[in-house]
Every structure is written in C-alpha cells, then in structure tokens.
Design a protein around this ligand. Structure first.
Ligand code: ACM
Length: 532
C-alpha cells in the first residue's frame, strides 16, 4: 500500500515537472540540449519547431548577411536551401533574425534565441550576436546537421525553449603554428570553421620562427625565396602569399574571428636573419658563406640596431595592411640576452641608449615596435618577457609562463590575455603514454579547471584580463590530423572557461554534454582524441 501511494505521488511529481512551463534547468542533467559552451540561461518549454523546405528565413537588411549564413549552414545536410525574405507571410512558420539596438545589456556578442512551435526568433544587438545565436541553433538540431552532404530520413526539429547568452570574456583564442610545420590554406579554413562553431573569436597565427618564414613581404623577397623553404621535419616548408592572407582574413571575418598575426622578434627570428644577415649579431661572421652554413652560425636572435628596427617596422607596415586585427603580436619571448652582453657592438649600443643591461635593450627594441604600431592605430601584443626591462606604454601582455606576468601587467594597468603553460599548452600530451612537447600532461579536466581571472585582482584590475587562449605549437604537430587530435576535445573545455559564466562550470555536467557534442564533431569529420 505504502509503495503504491509513493509510486502515485512520484508519477504526479514527474508529470508536473514535464508539463510545467517554463522550467529553468540551466546546467542540470535534465538539459538535453547539450550545448557547448553552456549558455548563460536556458528555459525549456514543450514541443518542437520542425523544419521543412517551405519555411522562410526572415531578416531585414541589417540581419540579412547573418541570415544567409544560416541558410548556407542548413543546406548541405537538409538538402534544400531555405528562402530569405524581409517579411513573414501571415500564419506561416518562420525563422526570424533581428538586430535589436535595445539589447545592449547583452553586449556585442550576446543573443536571445526563442523557439516556439511556430517561430524561431534570434535577436541580438550586433551581427556577431546573431552569428552566435545561429551557432547555438545549429547545435539544437540533430548532430548530422553538421554533415557536408545530404542526410536523409531525419526529422530536423528543435526543442522549444528560450536561451539568453553572452560571453564572459572578449578574447577567446587559439594559436596555430605554421612556422614549424606549414599549414595549407584549406586546413586553416577548416580549423577556423570548427572554432566558429564553438564561439572562439581569435586565431593567433605564429607566422615566423627560426625554422621558417611563412608570409610574403613584398619589400623583402628573400623572406619567401630563402627563408620559407624548410620545416621542422626536413620538409619543404611553404608560405602564404598576400592574396592568400587576404582570403584567410575574409574567411575568418565571415565567422566573426579575428586573425592575430605573430611576427617574432628579437628571438625566434632565425629565418629572417638568415635571409638578411645584416639584422643579426656580428654579420661579418657569415660573409661569403652558403645559406645552409649561415643558418647554423647566425642563430635566432636579431641585433637591435637601427637597421633592424627599420627592417621589422617595414615588415609590420605590410602586416598591418593585410590584417585588420587591432592587436599585432611581436613575440618577444625566450631571448638569450647573454648573446648581446657578449657582443662588443651590442654593448656599445646599450651604452649609447643608456640601457643598464640587456633586458633594457630588449625593452628599447620592443618599444620601437610599440611606437610604430601605436602611430598606426594598432596595439602591440607580446609574450610576458616583454615585462622585463620595462613594459612599453601601449603593450598588452600574453601571459604564458604561468599567470603571474598577467597579474603584474593588469596591476600596472595593461591589458592581458592568459595563456599559461599549466592549462593552455595544447602541444603538451593528454595522457602520460602519448607524445607531447613537455613531460607534463594537460588532460581535459585540467583544461576545464582553467580560470583566466586571478582572485587577487580588484574589479578595476580584472577589467584588463581580456580572456584566454590555448596554444598548438607546431614542433610535433606536422599535419591537420594531429592538430585536431591535440585541439579537440580540449578546446571544447577551454571555450567553456572563457564563454560561460563561472558559476555554471561543472566538469561532470560538461563531460555529459560532451558525449553528445562529439557526435557533432563526428559529423564535421574532426580527428578528435577519444575520451578516456
Ligand atoms: C612560448 O611558448 N615561448 C611563448
């Protein structure tokens, strides 16, 4: 008797739960939408919106560019292109996209997605918000929507709900490294598409290093003629023409991703020094030497004399013509400054400039780049070594040797991006038995525990933390398969640390959603690492 009454009560409670609307179940196991990254808030409702070929996409002029991206995204798997119109037909089911200036509380990247049985409505203050609303809508559809060819016999339906969403941080980045192993244009494009689907918005491209130079600079043809011809595995290297760079920038912009170029100096500059020895330390050493021999002698550290400053500024002048990114990364890391301290010309240069030590000379050199970039309405970004010897006034710091550099910079009123080796070096192995650039293991859980905002910063200082970024350094990443294996699913964990509210972070819940999310990555043919 007792059990029966209990059963009846449970049935009533369950039915009440099922039919009461709306229920806010953000982040709970009942959340069957499995969105990654988890949205700020989700109200579940009853029923489904079902797609069919007669459904119109409704958008006024200011939303039509994003609306056509939705049509493009749905067409391959559905097998039909939905029509775009500026007005809905009476009583007809529709998907509506609208720019709404009043939604300023959601910021430039936020959106509200409202799904009923009759209508899907995505509203945002700016096109980027509509784009992210579209990405969420795609994840609400069955996973095969991400297939590139027609998928038959699927009921393309979306659960009724209301999602309100906006990012926690404005910098949500990944870094790729074509300098160590060249990355063909089409591979970069695929990488960008997968990033966009996860709501990443910055791709830093490490275009130059000791081993190779990967960007055409018209003023210095030897950079591509000589300095682009090698890679870390003894391969032939490669480079992007300026036309290809423009194409990649356009491709990324369409997905609301900014490509941040990185031109390394004064160290990691070996390929440029080999092509133009006059920017190296004591170039007379290599007079008359063949290219291959030169390489071994010159090393990777440039000499900060005025001719080198002019060379690098000329390079940056072409770089800023190609990349609209406000931030231009100039590297600045890992310079062995003893090489300057042991060189008579550099000692003289330090004395002339009034530098007390090589750190100050390093800082002087970086400041020349900062002045140049500031004059051209851009901002210098550099690895945290640029703090040593005095930070350039306009500089933003990317903190990689832990987060301390970022804390110091934020306290001094500089913007920072957190990219510590401890959590965000995706060239490190995911399990002890795997290959990686370090013995350290950075598994999914470790990435998920990343917190970009150090507790010790005041509110005012915290505003300087722009966000976080993971690095896929290319020494051991020779092709796209390996890159995808190292990037996913760790990037799924990372995006949740920089997009979703901190209070919604829950690893178990994430791992549960990820199981479903991996079906989406399967549909996109991503070579992600299998879960343990
Ligand atoms: C770095 O990993 N050297 C920034």
């Amino acid at each position: 008797m007792k059990t029966d009454r209990f059963t009846i009560i449970m049935v009533i409670v369950t039915l009440a739960c099922l039919f009461s609307t709306p229920t806010t179940v953000t982040g709970s196991y009942k959340d069957t939408t499995n969105i990654v990254p988890i949205p700020v808030s989700t109200e579940h409702r009853n029923g489904f919106f079902v797609f069919k070929p007669t459904i119109r996409i409704i958008a006024e002029q200011d939303a039509q560019t994003e609306a056509s991206k939705l049509i493009d995204a749905l067409a391959p798997a559905m097998g039909y292109r939905l029509k775009l119109a500026s007005k809905a037909r009476p009583k007809a089911k529709a998907v509506k996209l609208a720019i709404d200036e009043r939604l300023s509380q959601l910021g430039g990247e936020g959106y509200i997605l409202d799904v009923s049985t009759e209508q899907i409505l995505i509203r945002a203050k700016q096109p980027a918000g509509l784009f992210y609303g579209i990405q969420t809508l795609l994840q609400l559809l069955p996973a095969p929507i991400f297939c590139k060819s027609v998928v038959k016999d699927i009921n393309w339906k979306v659960p009724c709900l209301k999602i309100t969403d906006y990012p926690r941080f404005q910098w949500r980045g990944l870094l790729i490294d074509p300098a160590r192993h060249f990355i063909p244009v089409n591979d970069v494009k695929k990488f960008l598409s997968v990033m966009a689907m996860h709501k990443f918005n910055r791709l830093q491209v490490h275009l130059t290093d000791n081993i190779g130079w990967r960007i055409e600079i018209k003023k210095y043809p030897n950079l591509t003629k000589l300095a682009s011809n090698r890679d870390r595995s003894g391969g032939k290297g490669g480079f992007y023409t300026q036309e290809e760079i423009r194409e990649l920038v356009r491709y990324a912009e369409k997905r609301h991703i900014t490509i941040v170029p990185e031109i390394e100096m004064p160290y990691h500059a070996g390929s440029a020094i080999n092509a133009y020895p006059y920017i190296g330390i004591n170039p007379s050493r290599v007079e008359g030497m063949s290219l291959d021999k030169r390489w071994a002698v010159l090393g990777g550290l440039a000499a900060p004399r005025p001719e080198t400053v002019e060379f690098m500024q000329n390079v940056l002048a072409e770089v800023i013509e190609l990349f609209p990114s406000r931030f231009i990364h100039i590297g600045g890391d890992e310079a062995n400054l003893k090489l300057w301290e042991n060189d008579p010309e550099m000692l003289k240069q330090m004395k002339q400039l009034g530098c007390k030590n090589a750190h100050e000379l390093h800082s002087w050199f970086i400041k020349q780049m900062d002045t140049f970039l500031t004059r051209n309405s851009r901002r210098l970004l550099g690895w945290d070594e640029i703090l040593q010897g005095g930070l350039a006034s306009g500089a933003t710091v990317m903190s990689w040797r832990g987060i301390q550099g970022g804390i110091t910079a934020a306290k001094a009123g500089h913007d920072v991006v957190m990219a510590p080796t401890s959590h965000t070096y995706f060239d490190y192995r995911q399990a002890p038995a795997e290959k990686g650039l370090s013995r350290n293991v950075i598994n999914l859980k470790k990435v998920y525990s990343f917190e970009p905002l150090p507790a010790e910063l005041s509110n005012e200082q915290a505003r300087h933390v722009l966000g976080g970024q993971a690095q896929l350094w290319g020494e051991l990443i020779a092709d796209q398969n390996r890159r995808e294996f190292m990037a996913y699913p760790r990037a799924c964990a990372l995006i949740e640390t920089v997009w979703s509210p901190k209070q919604l972070k829950n690893y178990k819940n994430f791992a549960f959603r990820l199981l479903h999310h991996l079906e989406r990555l399967d549909a996109m043919v991503i070579n992600y690492r299998q879960l343990d």
